[in-house]
Design a protein around this ligand. Structure first.
Ligand code: 1CP
Length: 372
C-alpha cells in the first residue's frame, strides 16, 4: 500500500482499489429539485443555464447536499448540455419540458460548431470548481463531470430528450463517417473541458453515458467504448493520475468490454446490474459505483434498507462507492437520504466491532484496480 494512504481521501483510496470500510457514498443528482434549498437558489438564478454559469450560485448548490447530509463527495453543479452550448449550438431548458436544442442532423450542420471557444465559454464553470474546492472540507472529494459523446450527441441530434432515438441512431448507423465527425468534435471538446475542470480543482471526473443502453453491440463499441477510451487517454496524457469513473447506463453484458477497453478506474452500475455478477466480473478490475434503484430511496423504509444491505453484502468487501443506479428523483424525501447515508456508514461497524475513527481509516487492499 502506498505511503500516505491514511491521509488520502476515502473515495480516492477506493478508486485506487482499496475496500473502504464503510464505503464512501454520494448520489447522482444529489443537488437538485428534491432539496428545498436548491429550489430557492434556482428561482433566484432565473434560467437553468444561468444557474450553471453563475459561479457563486452553482457553488452554493454544489455544496448544499454535502452540508445537509455529509456525503463523501460533492459533484460539480452543471449539466452535460453545456458542451453543445459551448460548441455554438442553441440550447435552452424549457420549464416542465426539459432541454430544447436546434438539432444538428448532418455534416453540413457541423460547420456552425467549433471547439475554439469551449474553454472561454465554460470559464464560469471552472470558477465554480475553484469556489467549491476552497470551501469543501478536507475529507470530501470534488467530482467533475461531462456527458459522454454518445449521450450528448443524442440531445444534439434529436433536439430534446427522446423516446426512440430514431434520428441519432439513423445518422450513426446510416452515415457512420459523417456521424464520426460529430463524435470526434465531442471527444475533443470533452477532453478540453475535463482537463480544465481538473486544473481548476476537480479530483475525480465522471463521464455520464446515460443512453448507452440503446445501441447494439457493434454500435456500442464504436460510439460508447471508442470515444470513451479516447477521452480517458487524452485526459491521462495531461493528468496521468486522475481517477476517471465511467457510467455506461444500461450496458448490460457490454459492461465487461467497457471496463476492459476504456481504461476507467471506476464504473457506475445501473440498478439492473446483478451485484453478484459485478463482484466477480468487474470489481476485480475496477472500483464499482452504485446501484440502488432510485425508487427504493424515494419510498424509504424497510424496502430501501434491505436493498441497500444487499448491495453492501455483495460488493462491500471490494472497492465500492455506494450510489444510486441513476439520479435522485425530484419527489424523494430528504429524510430518506439521511437514513441511507447513516445505514451505509454503519457498514463494517457491527460485523467487525471497529468503531468510526478506526473504521474510516481501515482499508483492505482488495484488488489490483486503479492505474493512477
Ligand atoms: O430546473 C432544473 O432544476 C432542471 C433539472 C436539472 C438539474 C438539477 C437538469 C436539467 N440538470 C441538472 C443538473 C445536473 N445534470 C447535474 C448536477 C450535479 C448533480 O448530479 O447533482 C448532473 C451531473 C447532470 C447530468 C445530466 N444532465 C445527465 C446525465 C445524468 C442522468 O441523469 O442521466 C443528463 C442526461 C442531463 C440532461 C438533462 N439535464 C436536465 C434535464 C431535464 C435533462 C434531460 C434528462 C432526460 O432526457 O431525461
Amino acid at each position: 500500500m502506498a505511503g500516505g494512504t491514511h491521509v488520502k481521501k476515502l473515495l480516492l483510496r477506493v478508486l485506487d482499489g482499496d475496500a473502504g470500510v464503510p464505503p464512501p457514498i454520494w448520489l447522482m443528482r444529489q443537488a437538485g429539485r428534491f432539496l428545498p434549498e436548491y429550489r430557492a437558489v434556482r428561482t433566484q438564478a432565473g434560467s437553468f443555464l444561468d444557474l450553471c454559469y453563475t459561479p457563486e450560485l452553482a457553488a452554493t448548490v454544489t455544496l448544499q447536499p454535502v452540508e445537509r447530509f455529509g456525503m463523501d463527495a460533492a459533484i460539480l453543479f452543471s449539466d452535460i448540455l453545456v458542451i453543445p452550448d459551448a460548441l455554438g449550438q442553441s440550447v435552452r431548458f424549457v420549464e416542465g419540458e426539459g432541454p430544447v436544442l436546434e438539432p444538428v442532423r448532418d455534416v453540413q450542420a457541423l460547420a456552425q460548431l467549433t471547439t475554439a471557444r469551449v474553454e472561454s465559454h465554460l470559464a464560469p464553470v471552472m470558477e465554480t470548481v475553484r469556489l467549491v474546492r476552497r470551501d469543501l472540507s478536507d475529507d470530501v472529494t470534488l467530482i467533475g463531470f461531462a456527458g459522454a459523446p454518445w449521450t450528448v450527441a443524442t440531445y444534439m441530434v434529436e433536439g430534446s430528450s427522446s423516446r426512440d432515438y430514431a434520428q441519432v441512431k439513423g445518422w450513426a448507423f446510416g452515415d457512420p463517417e459523417g456521424f464520426e465527425r460529430l463524435v470526434s468534435l465531442l471527444v475533443e471538446a470533452t477532453t478540453i473541458y475535463l482537463c480544465a475542470q481538473i486544473e481548476a480543482g476537480a479530483e475525480v471526473v465522471q463521464l455520464f453515458d446515460s443512453w448507452a443502453s440503446v445501441l447494439p453491440e457493434d454500435q456500442f463499441r464504436r460510439w460508447v467504448i471508442k470515444p470513451t477510451r479516447e477521452i480517458v487517454a487524452g485526459v491521462r496524457a495531461r493528468h496521468p493520475t486522475i481517477p476517471i469513473i465511467g457510467f455506461p447506463r444500461g450496458a448490460g453484458l457490454l459492461y465487461e468490454a467497457y471496463v476492459a477497453e476504456t481504461g476507467v478506474n471506476g464504473v457506475g452500475l445501473d440498478s439492473q446490474v446483478p451485484v453478484a455478477w459485478a463482484a466477480g466480473a468487474l470489481q476485480g478490475k475496477v472500483a464499482v459505483q452504485g446501484n440502488l434503484d432510485p425508487i427504493f430511496l424515494l419510498r424509504g423504509g424497510e424496502g430501501m434498507r434491505q436493498a441497500a444491505r444487499n448491495i453492501l453484502t455483495a460488493l462491500g468487501s471490494g472497492p465500492l462507492i455506494f450510489n444510486l443506479g441513476h439520479g435522485v428523483l425530484p419527489a424523494t424525501p430528504p429524510d430518506h437520504v439521511a437514513e441511507l447515508i447513516a445505514l451505509v456508514r454503519e457498514t463494517g461497524v457491527r460485523e467487525t466491532g471497529v468503531r468510526e475513527t478506526g473504521a474510516r481509516e481501515t482499508t483492505v487492499r482488495a484488488t489490483g484496480a486503479g492505474r493512477g
